[in-house]
Design a protein around this ligand. Sequence first.
Ligand code: SAM
Ligand code: SF4
Ligand code: SF4
Length: 309
Amino acid sequence: MLSFIRSKYREIQKSPVLIFIFFIFRNSYSFIDDTVKKVLGKKPTLYYVELCVAEHCNLNCKGCVFFSNIVDGSVFYDLDQYKADMTRLRGLFGNIRNITLLGGEPLLNDKLPEFIGESRRIFPKAKIRVVTNGLLCKKMSDELINAFKENDALLHITLYKPLFDNIEDIKDILTASGVNFLVGTPATRFMKTFNENGNSDVKKAFDRCLRKRCSYLSDGTISVCSFPVLVKWFDRQFGMTVSQSLTGNSINIYDENLDGFKLKKKLLKPISACKYCSEPEWFDWEQGNNEPKIEDYCVTARAGTGRTK
Ligand SMILES: C[S@@+](CC[C@H](N)C(=O)[O-])C[C@H]1O[C@@H](n2cnc3c(N)ncnc32)[C@H](O)[C@@H]1O
Ligand code: SF4
Ligand code: SF4
């Protein structure tokens, strides 16, 4: 009986039509997928994880949601820690479908080839993507180019104004190098959602959130999104204490009581940090100056009322 279910399940996974139908009913699919894997004694699949290979950046976008433009100095993910963290996730999950290496600016990390290689070694079936602002694409080393090619990783360029005049050259170079890449549509609009008062309705904020399935890995922890981890840079810049109220928003992946099914469930639920997220407010993308202001990030801190450092 079990082998019959297993063979049917494999057929379903190979059929594009069935996968399409399942995609429409994604939540039911996820439920069925998890249930079947549980019955078969298999580990679940995690659909997405992202991490900052470098938290800092070489482009100062006003209101960066990762606070990368106000990071203090250079902050890299330690490669050995990354290997350990991904190995632990491999113990919890049969596969991670999408692994996104970003930042900050990932190309600032000289060990990016190793990060790509380790991601592929530990999760052979994952889709691996590196999201970059493209400023360093012309200077990619042979080692990095080979890492993309050998590990079937995608280079995703976010197209900002400073790249508009160069993008055709970059495309030519990447095409000649054989790297699989894509260039996004011009990123001319940014949003801010941060409600510094922390009085948003948690459920409503989570329901409307565009980042709620962007599980974020950082130094032995995983969280629903990057906000609870990276808001420390906002606190440091503006003398605030938001991160202090968010302990427990990041899950220790080494907790012995954890299994992949439990962890998946936790990553799909609102966290207390959601009280700091409001309806998005959109604004024209611009490069920041050397004086970031709290209202660059916060919807409630209107110009003139927010504290600046
Ligand atoms: C934080 S960036 C990191 C990777 C790389 N530095 C880049 O910009 O592509 C990842 C994505 O977040 C988006 N992003 C950052 N801040 C944003 C904001 N305030 N509003 C909308 N998108 C934002 C960027 O456009 C980019 O596609
Ligand atoms: S390039 Fe990316 S990480 Fe850097 S400041 Fe802009 S959005 Fe943030
Ligand atoms: S804290 Fe909650 S609402 Fe805010 S970005 Fe993260 S998941 Fe979305």
